[in-house]
Ligand binder design. Structure first.
Ligand code: HC1
Length: 571
């Protein structure tokens, strides 16, 4: 520990702290823009400058280490003037069309400008006009809004290990972009959207599908069906000022009905269906000598990563489509048949915490009988925007139930939204099938929590099953490298593309990323509470799933399942 003073207040802090950490500890607020805890600590924006006694120049507190006896001043006229000038310099080169910006009202730069009382900008920046990059099916890049903080670059490279974007050109011409002037679609981008969550401004955002959905809702010939992902229900409320991790399932269903959807189904139903198909696929591979370890396939960011970086593991991927794609296929076959609707008139909208799902719906391998399973994907943020635009008072909405026959689901399906959830859901079912009984002890604590990689050995019917769970593609890389190097062996692996799983997907409400830990833990807790609240907590106990097999699919991994619910990948 070292003893220091900050603005005259004596504090004792660990010797490895930076000045910024020490100030936070002393409840003194220092503004930051480029700083992203443990991910991007580079002192680039210079908004966090402080005065240190005996040191001539102002120092960036996010990278300056404390030392014993240090006297720090965070609020002198010199500090205030320097921060204001630095902010004005950033603003001078920024496209300040805030009124039409997707992040207006939730922009760190806007907040800082207000906080610093910026009423004029004294500098003339080099305002080069760049074209937006709209080449990706999921993500739009607008270099005019970029403040060069590098938070997206550090997240893409250091957290996700994707290396899709970097700093290109020099001086005033510097921008964040894929290399060689390429569009995101030609880069290794996996569409996970973690860059969006890291961006302090509106320089990266999801591709808009709201217009397409409004058009479908207005089209009298279209039968418009919504389905909602597990993780949306524990985050949507945040867009309306509700506490992190509020469970708003019933209000969300009410809002979708008010928006005019003909039916509101639950992707969780299809998560249960996925467990039946994937559980049986695992047992088949274990018993008949198929490719192991089997790796889950529900996260399209992860699938993109595997195809681009680890094609040698493609045969390890489960052939199951992700739950929302299975749901689309079932809506356009089973449900259409039952209701006597021409599937070509059905428009399926997935409400997802994910940006990669926007690209997943266009995969040619997913087309069934010439039709897309899902027609549009709205992120949690886009749905919130539609609700606000429609004048719906979300917080005071009553709860509504999902429609049936595709609205009933188990607790096992809800936990899909958190890292380890798909694994636990699969174990709940596979163990029951193998042991031929209703196992009471079905909460697998070993696979819960936010550790980047979790490993366990589970006894199922006297056989030891080695499992692993990775969240975030950076962790998936570490796990796959271990397997490749012969350092580890598993039977079954869950990979989710985003750190924390879908609860932290690239389509979720954006908060200051330095509050990420609290957000993640709150949503995680909510997911397991939602599981506990449900009367049925194992996928194979969902009566609507049993009915679906009886009335339509006949058997897991059967002919119809293969046609509708399974897919292939590109090497
Ligand atoms: Fe997910 Fe999934 S859990 S991938 O994280 O398997 O996006 O929530 O919808 O499809 O069910 C996301 C979440 C989601 C699918 C399911």
């Amino acid at each position: 520990k070292v003893r220091i003073t900050i603005d005259g207040i004596p504090v004792e802090v660990p010797a490895n702290y930076t000045v910024l950490q020490a100030a936070k500890y002393a409840n003194i607020d220092i503004p930051t823009l480029c700083y992203l805890k443990e991910i991007n600590e580079i002192g680039a924006c210079r908004l966090c400058v402080v005065e240190i006694k005996g040191v001539r120049n102002l120092q960036t507190s996010c990278v300056y280490p404390v030392s014993d006896g240090m006297e720090i001043y965070t609020n002198t006229p010199r500090v205030r003037e320097a921060r204001k000038s630095n902010l004005e310099l950033i603003l001078s080169a920024h496209d300040r069309s805030c009124l039409t910006c997707v992040r207006s009202g939730n922009c760190e730069l806007q907040d800082l400008s207000r906080k610093f009382g910026i009423d004029e900008i004294r500098f003339m920046g080099e305002n080069i006009k760049y074209q937006k990059d709209e080449s990706s099916p999921s993500i739009v890049r607008d270099p005019n809004k970029c403040v060069l903080c590098r938070r997206c670059v550090a997240t893409c490279n250091n957290v996700q290990n994707v290396f899709a974007i970097g700093m290109v050109n020099r001086g005033f011409k510097t921008i964040v972009a894929p290399s060689f002037g390429r569009g995101l679609n030609e880069s290794p981008c996996i569409s996970c959207g973690q860059c969006i969550e890291a961006c302090p401004v509106g320089a990266i955002y999801e591709k808009d599908h709201t217009k397409m959905v409004y058009d479908a809702l207005l089209d009298e010939k279209k039968y418009v069906v919504a389905q909602t992902a597990p993780a949306v229900r524990v985050a949507l409320g945040e867009e309306f000022g509700m506490p992190y991790g509020s469970i708003v399932t019933g209000k969300m269903v009410s809002a979708l009905k008010r928006l005019g959807f003909d039916k509101v189904f639950d992707t969780d139903f299809a998560a249960d269906l996925t467990i039946i198909e994937e559980g049986n696929e695992l047992l088949k591979r274990l018993n008949e000598g198929g490719k192991l370890p089997m790796i889950t396939s529900c996260s399209p960011g992860w699938i993109n990563y595997c195809e681009r970086y680890y094609p040698e593991f493609i045969d390890n991927l489960s052939t199951c489509k992700s739950p929302h794609m299975m749901m689309g296929a079932i809506i356009k076959s089973y449900f259409a048949e039952k209701e006597g609707i021409d599937p070509k008139d059905i428009f399926v909208v997935s409400i997802m915490p994910c940006t990669a799902k926007k690209g997943e719906i266009d995969r040619p391998q997913m087309i069934v009988d010439g039709m897309k399973d899902v027609d549009a994907v709205l992120t949690t943020r886009e749905l919130a925007r539609m609700i606000k635009q429609s004048g719906i008072d979300f917080v005071s909405l009553p709860d509504s139930e999902y429609d049936n026959p595709l609205g009933e689901s188990s607790g096992a399906a809800v936990i899909f939204g958190a890292t380890g959830g798909v694994m636990e859901a699969a174990l709940r079912t596979v163990a029951d099938i193998v042991e031929g009984r209703d196992i009471e002890n079905f909460e697998y604590e070993e696979v819960r929590g936010l550790e980047g990689i979790k490993e366990a050995k589970i006894d199922i019917g006297g056989k030891e099953i080695k499992i692993a769970v990775a969240n975030g593609t950076g962790n998936a890389k570490k796990l796959l490298d271990k397997i490749k190097n012969g350092e580890a062996e598993y039977h079954f692996i869950e990979v989710m593309g985003c750190p924390g799983g879908c609860i932290m997907g690239g389509g979720q409400p954006i908060h200051n990323p330095n509050e990420k830990d609290l957000v993640r833990e709150s949503r995680l807790k909510a997911i397991y509470e939602a599981d506990k609240d449900l009367p049925i907590r194992k996928s194979h106990k969902n009566p609507m799933i049993t009915k679906l097999y009886e009335e339509f699919l006949t058997s897991p991994l059967g002919e119809k399942s293969h046609h509708l619910l399974h897919t292939t990948y590109s090497k």
